[in-house]
Design a protein around this ligand. Structure first.
Ligand code: KIV
Length: 284
């Protein structure tokens, strides 16, 4: 099967077939995820934390996002990949939003872009869609506004907050987005939004009823040693495996167990003798 499109995701929602979604930031992980059959990938600005060791996503730049998006595209040429608009690449105006969204398609061959916010970015979503670029909305815990939310906290836990999220979700759909990401909200709210909208909902910590699920690759692979959110399921612990492998490498070198004969190149027949002659001649 070829690369999925926005219409395939809509059909999947109609058939109640779950959409699989994972973040990727580089060539190797993107190629493994494509081989594993992931439906869509996100080059998330979470790369600020996962790749660059920053405390949050705020410092991530458009240029950094483009570099990583290109690498992911090369690793996953047959997968629908979404570029994440970093902080201040779309908030200030619709024009700026269109210009930066366009960069993801022109410079990194992304299939779509994602941006954070509900009614307050309605104009930006409309303008980007008008330019022919598919948009994924993102509400709930929106990391770029974590300062305003009082930290990385679950959202929509009161009826009033859930109502606001529903109004945001409706506005995003009406602005023309092809899908919406719901982050860190109760499952009842995830379900209500999923039932109300015609476009697919992707959840990260938004319960089982969303049309698809996203995890951050660094979290589910156990590469991130700092805080792990409640919604993460760790499928392996790569940080332990990698640390163990590097420790063995260090001790092999110290104890001269590496390289072994099978890791070395041999001189061609008769050449070693010639080299020895030459070395002797240096002392004459
Ligand atoms: O940047 C990212 O990976 C995201 C997720 C936190 C949803 O936006």
């Amino acid at each position: 099967m070829g690369k999925k499109t926005v219409l395939d995701f809509l059909d999947m929602k109609g058939r109640r077939e779950k959409i699989t979604f994972l973040t990727a930031y580089d060539y190797p992980l993107a190629s493994f995820a494509e081989k594993a059959g992931i439906d869509m990938m996100l080059v998330g600005d979470s790369l600020g934390m996962v790749v660059y060791g920053l405390p949050g996503t705020i410092p991530v730049t458009m240029d950094e996002m483009i570099i990583h998006s290109r690498a992911v595209r090369r690793g996953a040429p047959g997968t629908f990949v979404i570029g994440d608009m970093p902080f201040m690449s779309y908030q200030s105006s619709a024009e700026k939003a269109v210009e930066n969204a366009g960069r993801f398609l022109k410079e990194a061959e992304m299939d779509a872009i994602k941006l954070e916010g509900g009614r307050r970015v309605e104009e930006q979503i409309k303008a980007i869609v008008e330019a022919g670029i598919p948009v994924m909305g993102h509400i709930g815990l929106t990391p770029q506004s974590s300062g305003q939310l009082g930290g990385f906290k679950a959202q929509g836990r009161t009826a009033e907050a859930a109502r606001e999220l529903m109004l945001d979700a409706i506005a995003i759909e009406e602005a023309g987005a092809f899908s919406i990401l719901l982050e860190a909200i109760p499952p009842e709210v995830g379900e209500a939004i999923t039932e109300r909208l015609s476009i697919p909902t992707l959840g990260i910590g938004a319960g089982i009823h969303c049309d698809g699920q996203l995890l951050i690759s660094g979290d589910m692979l156990g590469l991130v040693e700092a805080f792990t959110p409640r919604f993460v399921k760790k499928y392996t612990n790569l940080s332990d495996l990698i640390t163990k492998a590097i420790s063995e490498y260090v001790s092999d070198i110290k104890e001269m167990q590496f390289p072994e004969e099978k890791h070395t190149y041999r001189m061609r027949e008769g050449e070693a003798e010639k080299l020895e002659e030459f070395l002797k001649s240096l002392d004459r």
